[in-house]
Structure formats: structure tokens, C-alpha cells
Design a protein around this ligand. Structure first.
Ligand SMILES: Cc1ncc(COP(=O)(O)O)c(C=O)c1O
Ligand SMILES: N[C@@H](CCOP(=O)(O)O)C(=O)O
Length: 465
């Protein structure tokens, strides 16, 4: 498999180079030159596999320049840190299926990809005798999952930018209580959008990127998206079999569009057996306006009870545009330049119709999020985290005969304040979160200024002569 930039400015790359490159040098995102379609025979073969075996088979389609024996080891090591034997179990609760993606070390779906990416980085750097400084932005979950994915690994330092005071207290503790000398948490006085823009700007300075050997852990990195495809296939197999259904729908709480973009790819691989993806947003509803009205225009970021989705400029939207525009990189490039200038994009009726064949969408208010946590608990005894609740609420709007699978993207104990407002009590604290508040913390507060971040990296980056 070879990889291209959504903006057309790079020669095709193999998988391993793609992973190390992160953002394409022309500012685009990296996509595979083709999306593999699974035949009936493939589906029969894959259906009964364990999560790890399925992950191995899916990764093999995309990561064909990695030695197979090494890939196998990487997969097994990455999922050995999960506390559930099914890695991402699917459970029926009330009228929907819940795909639990929070059984990894930091209790959010990011672990599924970042445990793998941490191991993959280590393998690639050690075999090449290279080092890397990881630069990432987080609205709460990517940060800790990336830090846990790479901590203790050789030849790596990690710089994570988060919006100061805009992640949940537990999320902040998970990141800042890792005080290893090569882990740097930077709390920026701004929004997640500011953090992500700074990351992209520093990656866009190619001299800086090469000098400090920057690596990406956000869904900018193709390996993140690839790893997230697996659980859609896994859940499709479990639920279609349990329900005797050929088609299903997935509801995905969405912010940066990485998770649902993996769902879009799984939908293409499954030949439409995922009938539609439900794109659920909180009050930061730019993507819902896009799906429902073709209006992709930036507004102020609103802080909500689902802080990890408090995002306006969704990074992976560019990857979807690439496919919407018929894989025409010139159109994508023009659109991204226009968007940077005007903060909005408009789409034709025909394009909106095509988007609506892929997605249905609803935006969920904070009041509705709390109601959903409460009602769902009363109906099923199951506690939803506020992000998952956004997805479940949207799912209930679009429930019909096909089974509905809702992605549970985080454990409710990461958001005890929201759960307590809905239910009057906090969720039980899992082992992974116990004692966090007593540990020493390390965090540096900086203005949301690319020059300040750049200076900090220059002063602290790993450099091996
Ligand atoms: C708990 C949780 N749910 C949902 C999302 C949204 O996912 P994405 O940014 O891939 O759209 C995030 C952030 O990534 C998250 O941390
Ligand atoms: N919600 C995310 C934002 C970053 O998304 P990513 O998937 O591009 O890493 C977070 O929790 O940090």
C-alpha cells in the first residue's frame, strides 16, 4: 500500500514512512492510495477472529512494509495492556448496543490506537537508530493516552499541548502526574483549536520539523485512523451475528472527526453494511451543520460537559473532503486555502446529498446530555460518560429496524462532575484512577503562541548528536 497527501504534494510513501512523517510536508493529511474492499470470503474468514487476530489482518492490508512477525508482536504487546479479554467488548443495553472502548490504560478510546502507535514508534526508531520528539494537541484524552503509549520508551520525548482549564480535572491529572523527564505537558491559555493550529503550524515549518524530528500522535497520523478501523469491523461482526442483521448503524460522538472517519473507511471496506454513521456533536455543532445543511463555518468554541469534543476545526474533515471531492487534491487544496481565509466552506446540493448517504447528524445540548445519562441509567442501570451520552442521544433520534451500535468513547469516572450532576452520585473509581490527586504533578503554562511553544521545544527537545 502507498500513501498520498490530500493536497497532492508528495510522492507516494510506504506505511512506515507515513507513520514517521505525521503531517504531509505540503500541509495535507496522508491517505491510502486505495481503500481495500472486503470480499464475502474475507468477511467469512475475519468474522470469527479474536480482536488481536482481526487487528493483525486489518493492519496487514495497510502496513505491508512491516515484517509480518514484527507486526504480530506489536499487536500482541499493544493489546496486552487492556483489562478486558475482548479488548473492545460490545454489550446490549436497552434499545442500543454499546461498544466499550475504554478498557485501556487511560480509560478512553484513544488507547486502542495509541498503545499500538507507541510500540510502533519504538520499533521504527530503534531499528533505524533514530529519535523523535512527539508534538501533540489534546482536548483531554489523546494527551494521556499518548503519554501512556510512549512512556518508558527509548529515543522519544513527548510535548503535549492542552487548553488550560478546559479539560476535565481527571484528564488533567492523568497527564500531569506523569513526571518522567521526557514528558512535557504544556497548558496553553486558549482553546483546543489554538493548540491544534500551533501543532500544525510547527509541523508546517519543515526546517523545524526535520531539525527536531517531530512526530505526530494526533489523528493526523495515519496509524491512529488505521487502528480505529478495527473496532468497527469487530463490533459489526458481533452485532450482525447476534441480531441476524446484514446491516447496522453506528453512532459516534465526534470532535476532531478522526473516530468517525475510521468508521467511514470501515463502511467502505464493508461495502455499505454500515448503512449510515450517526455523527453526534455537542453544542460545538459545525459538523452537524455541515451534514444537515452543507454549512461548514467556524464559530467560537463553547465549553461543554463533553470537553474532549469542544472543537470547531476538525482535523480529519480534510480527509473526508478528499473523498467527497472525488480524490481531487487540487480541489482539497483550494478548499483548505479558502477555509483558512474565510473560516467557512459551502457545498452544492448534490454534494450534501452524497454526504447524507454516509452520515446522519444531530447536535446534543448539555441539558440533553444530562437527561440522557439519567434516563439511560434509570432504564438500564448503565452509567454513560458525557461524550458517550451525546452519541446515545443522537442514536435514539435515528433508531429504526437496523441494530444501532453506540461508541462508548470514555469511562464515566473520567467525568465524575457531569455524572454526579445527572445522577446525584459519582461513578465508582476504577483502579487506574485511584490516588492520582496525591501524586506530584508537572505542567508548564504558556500563552497560546506558536513562538512560545517553539522556544520551549528548542530548549527541551531530545537531540542525539
Ligand atoms: C471521550 C471522547 N469522545 C469523543 C471524542 C471525539 O472523537 P474525534 O475527535 O475522533 O471525533 C473524543 C476526542 O477525540 C473523546 O476524547
Ligand atoms: N478529542 C481529542 C482531540 C484530539 O483528537 P485526535 O483524535 O486528533 O488526537 C482529545 O481528546 O485530545
Amino acid at each position: 500500500m502507498r500513501y498520498l497527501s490530500t493536497r497532492g504534494g508528495i510522492s507516494p510513501l510506504p506505511f512506515t514512512a507515513t507513520v514517521l512523517e505525521g503531517l504531509a510536508p505540503d500541509g495535507g493529511l496522508i491517505v491510502p492510495e486505495k481503500i481495500p474492499e472486503l470480499s464475502e470470503a474475507d468477511l467469512r474468514r475475519l468474522r470469527g477472529l479474536s480482536y488481536q487476530d482481526l487487528a493483525y489482518e486489518v493492519f496487514r492490508l495497510f502496513a505491508d512494509d512491516l515484517p509480518e512477525s514484527e507486526l504480530r508482536l506489536l499487536v500482541d504487546r499493544s493489546y496486552a495492556t487492556f483489562t478486558h479479554p475482548d479488548i473492545t467488548p460490545v454489550v446490549k443495553k436497552g434499545r442500543v448496543w454499546i461498544l466499550e472502548l475504554f478498557h485501556g490504560p487511560t480509560l478512553a478510546f484513544k488507547d486502542v490506537a495509541l498503545q499500538f502507535l507507541g510500540n510502533l514508534f519504538e520499533y521504527l526508531l530503534l531499528t533505524r537508530g533514530e529519535y523523535m520528539n512527539i508534538l501533540g494537541a489534546t482536548s483531554g484524552d489523546t494527551g494521556s493516552a499518548a503519554i501512556y503509549g510512549v512512556r518508558g520508551k527509548r529515543n522519544l520525548a513527548i510535548f503535549i499541548l492542552h487548553p488550560h482549564g478546559r479539560v476535565s480535572p481527571v484528564q488533567a491529572l492523568q497527564m500531569t502526574t506523569v513526571t518522567d523527564p521526557n514528558v512535557f505537558n504544556l497548558a496553553l491559555e486558549g482553546t483546543f483549536d489554538d493548540c491544534q493550529a500551533i501543532v500544525k503550524q510547527l509541523f508546517g515549518d519543515l526546517e523545524f520539523k526535520r531539525r527536531y524530528r517531530l512526530g505526530a500522535v494526533n489523528s493526523i497520523n495515519w496509524a491512529r485512523v488505521m487502528a480505529q478501523i478495527v473496532y468497527y469491523l469487530w463490533a459489526y461482526f458481533r452485532v450482525s451475528e447476534a441480531e441476524g442483521a446484514e446491516e447496522v448503524r453506528f453512532s459516534v460522538p465526534t470532535g476532531n472527526f478522526g473516530d468517525i472517519f475510521a468508521g467511514y473507511l470501515a463502511r467502505r471496506m464493508l461495502g455499505g453494511r454500515i448503512e449510515r454513521l450517526i455523527l453526534a456533536t455537542n453544542e460545538n455543532d459545525i459538523l452537524t451543520r455541515f451534514v444537515n445543511r452543507g454549512d461548514y463555518s467556524v464559530r467560537e468554541v463553547i465549553p461543554t460537559l463533553s470537553p474532549s469534543m469542544d472543537i470547531q476545526v476538525a482535523s480529519n474533515f480534510e480527509r473526508y473532503l478528499y473523498y467527497l471531492f472525488g480524490e481531487d487534491p487540487e480541489r482539497v487544496r483550494e478548499a483548505m486555502v479558502r477555509f483558512a481565509e474565510e473560516g467557512r466552506l459551502r457545498f452544492s446540493e448534490e454534494e450534501i446529498r452524497r454526504v447524507q448517504r454516509d452520515f446522519l447528524s444531530a447536535s446534543v445540548t448539555q441539558k440533553e446530555t444530562l437527561e440522557t445519562i439519567r434516563d439511560f441509567y434509570q432504564e438500564t442501570g448503565y452509567i454513560l460518560d458525557p461524550h458517550t451520552a451525546v452519541g446515545v442521544r443522537a442514536a435514539l433520534e435515528f433508531l429504526e429496524a437496523r441494530p444501532m451500535i453506540c461508541l462508548a468513547t470514555a469511562h464515566p469516572a473520567k467525568f465524575p462532575e457531569a455524572v454526579s450532576r445527572a445522577l446525584g452520585f459519582e461513578p465508582p473509581i476504577p483502579e487506574a484512577l485511584k490516588g492520582l490527586s496525591e501524586r506530584p504533578r508537572r505542567v508548564v503554562i504558556l500563552p497560546a503562541d506558536p513562538a512560545a511553544v517553539r522556544r520551549f521545544i528548542e530548549e527541551n527537545a531530545l537531540q542525539i548528536s
